[in-house]
Design a protein around this ligand. Structure first.
Ligand SMILES: Nc1nc2c(c(=O)[nH]1)N[C@H]1C(S)=C(S)[C@@H](COP(=O)(O)OP(=O)(O)OC[C@H]3O[C@@H](n4cnc5c(N)ncnc54)[C@H](O)[C@@H]3O)O[C@H]1N2
Ligand code: MOO
Length: 451
């Protein structure tokens, strides 16, 4: 694989456009051989769209967007019921009731939540009723147990229901208004009403509502299945011994976690060595379960980069250089039979891989999900430190943003190997292509990474 010559401390010196080859002769190639960030983003987004809708069990649909309008078949609540533990009664029986002169009512039944058979409450009568239990015929209100003596015969306000007693009488200590403590049928959701619209993201409350209206399955845009693989013979897996010249594969973890964070189902495939046959075999294996394949490494100009060679065999994968730093070399296209599976080949340097993911892969995943908010939020902030940036490149420096005072500070240098600083950053500071120096205090665009 290629070795980057960056120092990590001198942003302006790390990307020398003179190293870029002559303009490519293929269709669509830019006169200077470089695409802008916006052109590349537009191209990758043009190649994907929301995945076809499928029907899923509710919990499998968490985080997905609805692909249907959902109507309620029945009412919610499905029947008039009590919002309090207490006594269902007829309100005229409580007119003028007080602690001194309570209304004394005969208790004719005990209604628990889920009760099927209900007593009829006549004049001078009440029924014990629990929260959520159906209102019995004849009753027009519920007195919470605290408004009664709870059937104890003491005449003192009770603080809880006690066990039912044969021949119980209850003393009601104040008047109860018509409809008090009753949750009316259909007052939450009316039968036939539109409860969730196409495109709504299904979080806990929406899934709960679907369950409440009796839906066991729902039609959604599924979460894309993203296969993440790292390439490079120098890679060993975390925990394995690291031999001379070897490094631990961190990209597959960063990118798999980022894919999950973006809303995908992500499968991490560990490092694949620079061996065309092995890479081919892994890709063939993964094609069947992937909606998107994301690779890292092997997209630059190194002598052992089999990635380009193998992707070239599939045809349809374009390798290009972008006017950005880090993340200059990028590949994308489709591989495999039929329409193929979208593939995004990111540079191997860990920071380049992650920033490329945030700028290009995340929006692709979000577009596949059918999300409207496909991009990270961008805010303006003042940077108290002077910045340098290579000419002709949009630079993305790692930073920490303080919303309260609208300030952003760079973290670490510009080197695309600086994973320590990356882990302390919460945003990317953008320096435009035509700017090489920004004085301290300048206002900059800041991409908020979230979490
Ligand atoms: N002569 C040139 N050399 C390089 C150029 C160039 O234009 N001309 N571009 C540089 C830039 S910019 C980048 S970015 C890298 C991209 O190179 P590759 O995509 O081919 O990546 P590799 O060579 O495979 O690796 C680069 C670097 O990253 C480390 N790496 C790779 N995979 C992982 C991983 N899974 N986890 C952690 N670290 C990884 C690898 O060991 C290298 O140090 O090319 C520059 N060179
Ligand atoms: O800086 Mo490279 O452009 O390290 O991705």
């Amino acid at each position: 694989m290629t070795g980057s010559t960056e120092s990590g401390t001198t942003p302006a010196a790390c990307c020398d456009d003179s190293a870029d080859p002559a303009p490519a002769a293929r269709p669509g190639a830019r006169p200077d051989g470089l695409w802008t960030v916006d052109e590349h983003l537009a191209d990758v987004l043009a190649a994907v769209g929301p995945l076809p809708a499928i029907e899923l069990q509710l919990l499998d649909a968490q985080g997905c967007r609805l692909a249907e309008d959902v109507l309620a078949e029945g009412d919610l609540p499905p029947f008039d019921n009590s919002s309090m533990d207490g006594y269902a009664l007829r309100t005229p029986d409580t007119v003028g009731a007080s602690a001194e002169y309570p209304s004394v009512l005969a208790v004719v039944g005990d209604i628990a939540a889920g009760a099927g058979e209900l007593p009829t409450v006549g004049p001078g009568q009440a029924a014990r009723i629990m929260t959520g239990a159906p209102l019995p015929p004849g009753a027009a209100a519920v007195a919470p147990v605290e408004w009664t003596d709870g059937g104890t015969g003491t005449g003192r306000a009770a603080d809880a229901m006690t066990a039912p007693v044969e021949g119980e009488e209850v003393r009601v200590l104040r008047p109860v208004a018509e409809g008090a403590h009753i949750r009316r049928r259909g007052s939450d959701v009316a039968a036939g009403s539109l409860v969730l619209t196409d495109g709504t993201r299904l979080g806990p409350a929406q899934l709960g509502l679907l369950a409440a209206i009796g839906r066991a399955t729902v039609t959604v845009r599924p979460r894309p299945r993203v296969v993440v693989l790292s390439t490079g013979s120098e890679l060993v897996q975390p925990g394995d011994p690291v031999g001379p010249g070897q490094i631990t594969d961190s990209n597959s973890f960063t990118l798999t976690a980022a894919a999950l964070d973006a809303g995908a189902i992500a499968y991490r495939v560990g490092g694949v060595p620079d061996d065309a046959a092995r890479l081919r075999a892994v890709l063939e294996d993964q094609l069947g379960r992937a909606d998107l394949i994301v690779t890292s490494g092997g997209v630059s100009v190194g002598a052992y980069d089999v990635v380009k060679e193998v992707f070239a065999e599939y045809g349809g994968v374009d390798f290009r250089r972008l006017r950005m730093q880090p993340g200059k070399p990028q590949g994308f296209g489709r591989i495999g039979p039929g329409a193929g599976v979208p593939l995004m080949a990111l540079p191997g340097n860990p920071v380049s891989a992650y920033i490329s993911f945030e700028l290009f892969v995340r929006p692709v995943i979000r577009a596949m999900l059918g999300a409207e908010d496909i991009h990270r939020p961008v805010v303006r902030a003042h940077c108290p430190v002077a910045l340098r940036s290579p000419a002709g490149r949009r630079q993305f420096l790692r930073g920490r943003y303080t919303a309260a005072d609208g300030l952003v500070e760079p973290v670490g240098g510009a080197g695309s190997h600086l994973v320590g600083a990356l882990a302390r950053a919460d945003c990317l500071i953008t320096v435009p292509e035509d700017v090489t120096e920004l004085p301290a205090g300048s206002e900059v665009d800041v991409v908020l990474l979230g979490g």
